[in-house]
Design a binder for this molecule. Structure first.
Ligand code: SF4
Length: 236
């Protein structure tokens, strides 16, 4: 999860609910028009998506792919196998994803939850209501809201918006947030103002990540960005 930053309140911060709604819809339309479907989340099974969501914390996706390939090669991308494997073995296989000891522990914590709560069954896990599931995922040691929501949206198909550092930066540059809002406030901004659809949330987050990776970097590269026509804070 991105850390809240101390923020100056820009004079043109958008506070009118109708304008917020209109702007978020317009952003999505522009991004989708430019780049189309992003086919997220890359993963062959929901379990792979859950593991990927945990491994991707603080690293780039290429490193996660290497870690996932190692797990697959060893027949360990399987709930049962991973649950009973020694933590040291998991750490060794996921080494390319960085912070591998911490992440091995997080995977173990998640698997303890998965077996304790749902007997290792995706169907049983997915039978829980979204709110209850989110609360339980957030209670797992080492799982922050971005990871929990990625699991909910991309592995369990729930209409929950995923917020990351790219989202925060983009919204701040376009006067939709001050920048010091917490994760839940930004999630709520989307969930209350765009159609609550898991398909839309799936694409919207993926499109924001693409914008963040290629344009809305620490130094904005607005030329060629689909959102270049929108009013933005030139100082950021
Ligand atoms: S790169 Fe520029 S135009 Fe694109 S989202 Fe960031 S601030 Fe907006």
């Amino acid at each position: 999860m991105a850390k809240a930053t101390s923020a100056r309140v820009p004079a043109n911060l958008v506070t009118d609910p109708a304008r917020i709604q209109e702007t978020l819809d317009a952003f999505y339309a522009k991004l989708f028009e430019a780049w189309g479907r992003q086919h997220w989340w890359p993963g062959e099974t929901p379990f792979e998506v859950m593991v990927g969501a945990i491994l991707t914390q603080n690293t780039n996706w290429t490193n996660v792919e290497k870690a996932i390939a190692n797990l697959k090669r060893e027949g360990m991308l399987d709930a049962q196998a991973l649950h009973y494997a020694p933590i040291e073995r998991i750490a060794e296989l996921i080494r390319p994803s960085g912070f591998f000891n911490v992440k091995a522990k997080r995977l173990k914590n998640f698997l303890d939850f998965y077996f304790c709560e749902a007997g290792g069954s995706y169907a049983r896990l997915n039978s829980l209501p979204t709110r209850e599931l989110r609360t339980k995922l957030l209670a797992i040691n080492g799982l922050g809201p971005e990871t929990a929501d990625s699991i909910l949206l991309y592995a369990l198909n729930r209409p929950v918006f995923v917020v990351d550092a790219y989202t925060r930066r983009l919204l701040r540059r376009h006067f939709l947030i001050r920048g010091d809002e917490d994760y839940e406030a930004i999630r709520d901004l989307f969930e209350s103002n765009v159609a609550k659809s898991r398909k839309l949330f799936n694409e919207y987050h993926a499109l924001i990540v693409r914008a963040g990776k290629y344009h809305c970097k620490p130094t904005a590269k607005c030329e060629g960005c689909p959102l270049a026509g929108f009013e933005r804070d030139e100082r950021l």
